[in-house]
Design a protein around this ligand. Structure first.
Ligand code: PLP
Length: 383
């Protein structure tokens, strides 16, 4: 059987994943500092309240609306209004995941072989989505200098006649940097001037480590056609519900033309289901309860980490938000790469290379339950 070259993946697990699986299979108790599935991290969900809207009669009525039901989209508009940003319901499209939202946008903007610019380091999921949609990802660098910054010069150099869009993750995963107001203005000007779309992934926007929450890219008027992505995975800690959205910003005419085409893409799949759209307004309205727990966990874990690191061979890179933290660590410990050496001690951390970070970086999840975090950090081979 001939399959598409698009699916010619090397499905072999990497050595590190094999080693973690082998350790688990051998019954070793592992202190996993990488858990990022919020439903596995010991948070309290008010299950009864959350499941209630799913049993309402409206959930039994099929009323397909490609961009999503108006009441559900209005709830997303309210989410932005709560943060002081106005976005019209007509500019919102619901999707069943942020991954699907990326896929809609790649199909909207790109022909096969067209290019999309993406930061390095960043989240490895994009490679798969782009490949499935026949899009070529081209990297632009983030620089670390008292915090992470977009290398705007290198970004502009990376633009070719095939470039269709720039992706910015705000705050980025795993580096945790928000796009600054200066970067934001520069990106808007650049995209408008070069006729590129700006795709801004804000799934972690509600999780800054400081009190001040940076602005969404839907706030204010952008010159460039801008698509903001977010969803319940992170906003409500409900990845199993599979609800996300795209919210557009930019000149009226460009947005209207984009939304008309997006509606056809969405209509082709009609992947949103009625019960989730019925429940979305209730879940979004109740989001603070879980967000508070997550922010408290992040603050506590950062404080424990910061108390552990002085006098060790590791230090923490500056981050502003999101669920991950990056440590600078020794490249090797007794001849082994750091993450393997940690595994020998029973501690799981992610090698930074998974995200395009240089060697000698480890990525940890701030959602890790506190007892595991404390013990795992104690055993980390950094002394
Ligand atoms: C930056 C970023 N975007 C998107 C996603 C995927 O979100 P979803 O579950 O909505 O597809 C993730 C998941 O961790 C992520 O880190």
């Amino acid at each position: 059987m001939n399959f598409s070259t698009r699916t010619n993946w090397d499905l072999a697990e990497n050595d590190f994943a094999v080693a973690v699986r082998a350790a688990r299979a051998a019954g070793t108790e592992l202190l996993d500092l990488t858990v990022s599935n919020p439903t596995d991290c010991g948070f309290l969900y008010d299950t009864e309240t959350l499941l209630k809207p799913l049993s309402q009669l409206e959930a039994m009525h099929y009323e397909p609306d490609p961009l999503g039901r108006t009441t559900a989209r209005a709830a997303v508009a309210q989410y932005y209004r709560d943060a002081g940003a106005d976005v019209a319901v007509e500019r919102i499209c619901l999707t069943t995941s942020t991954s699907e939202a990326y896929s809609f946008l790649f199909r909207l903007l790109c022909d096969p072989g067209d290019e999309v610019l993406i930061a390095r380091p960043s989240y490895p999921l994009f490679d798969f989505i782009a490949r499935l949609d026949d899009v070529r990802l081209v990297e632009y660098p983030l620089l670390y200098d008292y915090g992470w910054h977009i290398d705007l010069h290198a970004l502009e150099q990376a633009i070719t006649p095939r470039t269709r869009a720039i992706v910015v993750v705000h705050p980025n995963n795993p580096t945790g940097n928000f796009a600054s107001e200066v970067e934001r203005a520069a990106l808007d000007e650049l995209c408008a001037r070069r006729d590129l779309a700006l795709i801004v992934d804000e799934v972690f926007l509600d999780y800054p480590v400081e009190e001040i929450r940076p602005r969404s890219f839907v706030a204010g008027h952008s010159q460039a056609l801008t698509f903001v992505l977010s969803g319940l995975s992170k906003v409500c800690g409900l990845p199993q519900m599979k609800v996300s959205w795209i919210a557009a910003n930019g000149p009226d005419d460009a947005v209207a033309r984009a939304m008309a085409r997006m509606e056809v893409i969405a209509d082709t799949f009609l992947s949103m289901n009625a019960p989730m759209q019925q429940a979305l307004p209730h879940w979004l309205a109740g989001r603070e309860e879980l967000q508070q727990q997550i922010r408290t966990r992040m603050q506590t874990n950062l404080a424990v980490l910061d108390a552990r690191l002085p006098g060790t061979q590791a230090n923490r890179l500056v981050m502003q938000g999101g669920w991950t933290v990056v440590l600078r660590v020794p490249r090797t410990v007794k001849g082994r790469p750091f993450a393997e050496a940690a595994l020998k001690q029973g501690v799981v951390v992610q090698p930074g290379e998974f995200y395009g970070l240089p060697e000698g970086r480890a990525v940890l999840s701030l959602l890790t339950p506190l007892p595991i975090w404390e013990r795992g950090l104690a055993f980390l081979p950094i002394d």
